[in-house]
Design a protein around this ligand. Structure first.
Ligand code: FES
Length: 515
């Protein structure tokens, strides 16, 4: 089996029974904020895109690059489709010209021609990707690989039970706006960033340890930020609170926990994988490449400047009345929302900067009042500050997912009162009837189904499944005093009261175990 690195989360897998191109991403994503790092735009995409199968793990724009799929991927390719609750991924791929689909069933092995076997595990909670993220398992001729991508299943047992995995590709770096965009003192931001960076690595080690593959490939990040306004997010300033460590840092950190089987793929690197061995060749030596990282980024920044400028020029739509349009789009959704609106529980304010950055228009999405209206000098749960042009553009393109556009762009700042509130982001990724209904239904079912089963932890009897995303607390739970931490995403719970200390709602059932 041959694995060719094609940048970020993308790879091409070649077997004697066919080739699979995964998540090709080349064009900038999220308001021209994210670019693939290292640069993959100079690869021979005509050849790479001439494949038998295409796998797009999910709709995040650093995995689903519509322009690239349209121009460079053979429309003869059969799409291996994750089993998602909405048809949006299939619809968008059909719009791009793909006609052949294998609609996989989550967690079921599918036999393709020539003895190629694949399994896609689809994660479908409102907090997984843009409502849906997935991992691809491939087997041919006794060689097994898991492209876990940036999916976060509660464990990897379904893959492990299919037999020893030879290569495991997974995310290790950050892919979020926290904590950089928060209006906090630099020291606090650094401390939160460091915690986050450590947690990302811990989670990666846990997954690696779960699967015990022969070879581990760090993929799916970090992106690079080439706009001068975002340049500080690149991990080139020796800041231990930067959440975007690169593959060379991964190797260093992995070595500290005893990891010796890491394989870094640069765009154009090729790994020949057998059951017994792996031989990888690179277009340039990996060490040298990362030693020259700053020069690589600076060169890319100059080369991509016109692309960023062209994108920026397309955002302004001064004819749009933002308040009126947001009212028309969001109020009907607020009206329908039970769980998300209750979960947010307060007003969320958007401060929109005019084109010259001087004037501010302040709009509130009032979740309890089910209204979009001008800000009325009130306390709000969250406040976001961004350019009016970005919101104009979201309205102009009728964007139904502001996480997959505005928030991931990091082109905003934020402040909040109280804890992180997942419902705020869940709501703003569900700005369409279909998505909102799905999320509401999911929370409804989830509330009812948090299982009655218990487990014993540190002198406490607690519900076995984490109230967040159902991780098994007998594996992921850690009790320190009266606080339980679920190590999957780091959420904390006060056991005597059951209160979640990380997010509103999400109460846990717990009582002291009988002596
Ligand atoms: S499942 Fe996310 S913190 Fe437990």
């Amino acid at each position: 089996m041959r694995i060719t690195g094609t940048g970020h989360a993308s790879m091409r897998i070649d077997t004697a029974a066919g080739s699979i191109l995964c998540d090709p991403w080349v064009n900038p994503a999220y308001f021209a904020s994210w670019f693939p790092f290292p640069d993959n735009s100079l690869l021979d995409w005509e050849t790479l895109g001439d494949v038998d199968y295409l796998y797009v793990s999910h709709l995040h724009r650093d995995h689903f690059d519509a322009a690239h799929l349209r121009n460079f991927v053979s429309k003869k390719a059969t799409v291996l489709l994750p089993e998602y609750p909405t048809s949006q991924l299939e619809d968008e791929l059909r719009d791009l010209g793909f006609t052949s689909f294998v609609r996989t069933k989550s967690d079921e092995v599918h036999e393709l021609d020539g003895g190629l076997r694949v399994m896609i595990q689809a994660l479908i909670s409102p907090t997984d990707g843009p409502i849906g993220d997935s991992s691809l398992w491939v087997e041919h001729d006794g060689i097994r690989v898991l492209n876990q991508n940036d999916a976060r299943p509660s464990d990897l047992s379904r893959f492990a039970e299919l037999g020893h995995v030879h290569a495991h590709m997974l995310q290790f770096s950050g892919a979020i706006w926290y904590p950089m965009v928060y209006e906090l003192p630099d020291s606090a931001k650094r401390a939160f960033g460091k915690q986050k960076r450590d947690r990302q690595f811990d989670r990666t080690w846990r997954y690696i340890d779960d699967l015990k593959a022969d070879h581990v490939f760090p993929i799916a990040g970090p992106p690079c930020f080439l706009d001068d306004e975002l340049w500080q997010f690149n991990d080139i300033f020796g800041d231990e609170g930067n959440i975007f460590p690169d593959q060379s840092v991964f190797l260093r950190e992995y070595a500290k926990v005893g990891g010796t089987n890491g394989v870094v793929l640069l765009p154009g690197s090729v790994s020949e994988l057998t059951r017994e061995s792996i031989v990888t060749t690179h277009p340039v030596p990996v060490d040298e490449f990362f030693a020259d990282k700053v020069a690589h980024l600076e060169e890319m920044r100059e080369r991509k400047r016109p692309v960023i400028e062209a994108e920026k020029a397309s955002w302004r739509h001064p004819e749009i009345d933002v308040l009126k349009e947001l009212k028309a789009r969001i109020e009907p959704l607020l009206e329908e929302s039970i769980y998300l609106a209750k979960g947010v529980g307060g007003p969320v304010r958007f401060d929109l900067e005019s084109y010259d950055g001087d004037a501010i228009e302040s709009i509130v999405v009032d979740f309890p009042g089910k209204q979009v209206r001008p800000y009325a000098d009130e306390k709000v749960r969250y406040r976001f500050r961004t350019q009016r042009a970005l919101i104009e553009h979201l309205i102009f393109i009728d964007e139904g997912d502001w996480v997959n556009s505005l928030f991931l762009s990091c082109r905003f700042s934020a402040a909040r009162i109280g804890q992180y509130n997942e419902f705020v982001y869940a709501f703003f990724k569900c700005l369409s009837e279909e998505r909102l209904q799905y999320a509401e239904g999911w929370y409804d079912e989830h509330e009812r189904s948090v299982e009655a089963e218990d487990t014993q932890l540190g002198g406490w009897t607690v519900q076995r499944r984490c109230p967040h995303l159902k991780a098994d607390l007998s594996r992921f739970g850690m009790v320190d005093g009266n606080v339980l931490t679920c190590q999957l995403h780091g959420w904390k719970f006060d056991l005597p009261s059951g209160r979640c200390l990380t997010s509103v709602g999400h109460k846990i059932r717990a009582e002291r175990a009988a002596e």
